[in-house]
Design a protein around this ligand. Structure first.
Ligand SMILES: [Zn+2]
Ligand SMILES: [Zn+2]
Length: 298
């Protein structure tokens, strides 16, 4: 039995395949479970109109499609309903009450947007020219400042809570190429990572995903978070059981195509082992309002 994927985007948002195609692929790949995590609707709350979020008026349809897949695949594949909720500073975040009322199995919390004091909010993982425009307009072209703003935003999301899985924790690396905007070996950068690792350790219920989406789409050469980040997390996780783990992790593919489910998982496992992790987690559904995780040796 293989691992699972809880980070999956279908045609309901910006994925290329539909729910059933993902279910079939998960079964073929012998996955333990499959969770759907459409980009949660944001337009009503923020006024942002994008091509990659689930429309506000399609939430019920999305949840229905997963409910009916659960029925169809009962006894053959564990299927879960989730969302990837954006934290957009001052506008919306996974701690918003409405998410508690949707009956979701789990919620991924992700930072894609920076909301600068001046200039328009922009995404850190969009096309390089968009990112460059955002950094130019809002941070005077200072990549270090944008990087700092990203970590500030992530810290705010972690402090606000409300989510089960921390999505692609260092997504800010996506447009950084070979340190084009900031130096990931600088003291400042490593200090930010340490602070985040500490914060994650303090919020014991947060599971950090090791996301192979950048690899699956050929955008970066390793996982989110980076091996260096995972080493810092592992230092907190060593010698503890799952329930007591300071920094538990799961592997996800951030799959936008069914064929990418479990893509680059071998590399992710190897990265985790090298970082010092002994186990990853499998999701077993929600009980009394809390996610239930079981350990899986790496
Ligand atoms: Zn994301
Ligand atoms: Zn995603």
């Amino acid at each position: 039995m293989n691992l699972s994927c809880l980070h999956t985007h279908t045609t309901f948002c910006d994925g290329e395949d539909d729910v059933e195609t993902f279910c079939r692929a998960a079964k073929e790949k012998n996955l333990h479970s499959l969770g759907f995590s459409a980009h949660a609707p944001i337009t009503k709350k923020t006024g942002f109109v994008t091509g990659w979020h689930l429309g506000d008026d399609r939430l019920e349809e999305y949840l229905d499609a997963i409910r009916s897949a659960k029925k169809r695949w009962k006894g053959r594949l564990n299927i879960y309903a989730g969302l990837e909720a954006d934290f957009i500073d001052g506008l919306t975040g996974p701690a918003d009450r409405e998410y508690r009322e949707m009956g979701l199995d789990y919620l991924i919390g992700s930072v894609h947007y920076l909301v600068p004091p001046k200039g328009k909010p922009f995404t850190v993982d969009g096309p390089p020219e968009e990112f460059a425009r955002g950094v130019g307009e809002s941070y005077g072209g200072d990549g270090e400042a944008a990087m700092g703003a990203y970590w500030d935003t992530l810290e705010k999301m972690i402090a606000a809570g409300g989510f089960d899985i921390l999505g692609h924790a260092d997504l800010i690396r996506k447009n950084n190429g070979d340190d084009q905007w900031f130096d990931i070996e600088s003291k400042n950068y490593l200090e930010r990572l340490s602070r985040i690792a500490l914060l994650i350790g303090l919020q014991q219920h947060i599971v950090t995903e090791v996301n192979t989406g950048g690899l699956n789409r050929g955008k970066i050469k390793d996982t989110y978070p980076s091996p260096a980040f995972l080493k810092l997390l592992a230092q907190g996780a060593q010698g503890t059981s799952v329930q007591g783990a300071l920094a538990p992790v799961i592997i996800t593919a951030d799959a936008h195509r069914a064929k990418d489910l479990n893509g680059h998982y071998t590399l992710a496992k190897e990265t985790l082992r090298r970082a010092g992790f002994k186990e990853t987690l499998l999701f077993e559904g929600r009980e009394n309002g809390r996610p239930r995780w079981t350990p899986r040796p790496l």
